[in-house]
Design a protein around this ligand. Structure first.
Ligand code: PMP
Length: 367
């Protein structure tokens, strides 16, 4: 059935759920540590739990299709009018809506090697042609990406920081790129991990949408805000771009509980600060251990680290299995073309310690 370009799609590989690993390896669910999906180890902020409890009474009604209150809160936070905002069922939805809204079958989409898997899926799902630009030091080579744009290119995806490599391009580099891109090409700047950036690395992407009519900034509540299971993402862009996005999206793509929780989380600075501080400490914990084990890693700006666990192309899968047997779930990245590496999300200090011990054991037994 279906078109060839759909049959050619390799499905997204999500992190293994705890229940599945428990069953498969005969472990207790409580003993399993999951550092596989770049989730927030603190879980849902209490403020958001309260907001959802209050919103639950209205679940007999459809969600606000326009998400007025959430858009109002975002509009204040980012200083853009409400009609510059598109909401998504997670930011994956934003990425997919953008592909549908701006690209025709057969036209091309530019993104980087080793960048987020959904760019390929969104591109293939509409029968578009992808132009995959070789990475530089595991990250985006923006000069090469600008040069790769062809006459029929309609969309560029940039992840900053990038998943799964954790790499980062500076604000100055992105702005230089935006100045080079033809006006009829939409640039999706996917900032799923933005809230983890240190102050000195922050840049003004929300303000740039006022300057660049073809820029769409994508954000999510799944990472630093701790709402991955609720599926809320959003995009900031000028009304011409936003209007097209809104024609394509599903009318009720963000449910009522998610809308209520997102407003609460957006205003929960304490939770955000706690998450960022935990992430910084956890990153140092990992880096120190990786250095001690003599493992190569890619310096990360996100809430995860890409680490090389061997020199042969079966190493990632082998060490991943050894970790699973010890009840630790991480993410193999062979599907990204990185079969010697594992991507490990930063958890609570104790979870990180469990991973480090398990990894040492796995590597020692792998010799
Ligand atoms: N963009 C990037 C770079 C990501 O890593 C992720 C999460 N894996 C997403 C977007 C999508 O996240 P969500 O749909 O949960 O917002």
């Amino acid at each position: 059935y279906g078109p060839e370009y759909v049959r050619a799609i390799a499905p997204y590989q999500a992190g293994k759920p705890i229940s599945e690993v428990a069953r498969e390896f005969g472990l207790k669910e409580e003993s399993i540590v999951k550092l596989a999906s770049n989730e927030n180890p603190f879980g849902v902020p209490e403020s958001a739990q309260k907001a959802m409890a209050a919103a639950a009474a209205e679940l007999g009604r459809y969600p606000d299709a326009n998400a007025f209150d959430l858009k109002m809160a975002l509009s204040k936070r980012y200083d853009v009018p409400m009609d510059w905002i598109t909401l998504g069922n997670g930011s994956n939805d934003i990425l997919e809506i953008a592909a549908h809204a701006f690209v025709e079958r057969g036209q091309s989409v530019v993104y980087s090697q080793y960048s987020f898997a959904v760019y390929a899926l969104a591109t293939q799902g509409i029968g578009a042609r992808h132009i995959v630009v070789p990475a530089k030091n595991h990250g985006h080579d923006l000069d090469a990406m600008a040069a790769a744009i062809e006459a029929d290119t309609k969309l560029v995806f940039i992840a900053n920081p990038n998943n799964p490599t954790g790499t980062f391009v500076t604000g100055a580099e992105i702005e230089a790129f935006l100045q080079k891109v033809p006006a009829n090409v939409v640039v999706v700047l996917d900032e799923a991990y933005n809230e983890f950036l240190k102050k000195e690395d922050q840049y003004e992407s929300a303000a740039w949408v006022k300057k660049y009519p073809n820029l769409l900034v994508s954000r999510t509540f799944s990472k630093a805000y701790g709402l991955a299971g609720l599926r809320v993402g959003f995009a900031l862009a000028q009304p011409e771009v936003t209007d097209l996005m809104n024609r394509i999206r599903q009318p009720f793509n963000v449910n009522s509980l998610a809308q209520a929780a997102a407003i609460a989380a957006l205003n929960d600075k304490e939770f955000l600060d706690k998450s960022a501080a935990n992430n910084t400490a956890g990153y140092e914990q990992f880096v120190e251990a990786f250095k001690d084990m003599g493992l190569e890693y890619v310096p990360s700006y996100g809430n995860f680290v890409l680490v090389r666990v061997g020199n042969d192309d079966a190493a990632g899968a082998r060490i991943n299995l050894a970790l699973l047997k010890q009840g630790v779930i991480v993410r193999p990245v062979g599907n990204y073309g990185l079969p010697q590496w594992l991507r490990i999300s930063i958890g609570l200090p104790q979870e990180n310690a469990v991973l480090i011990t398990a990894l040492r054991k796995a590597l020692a037994e792998d010799r």
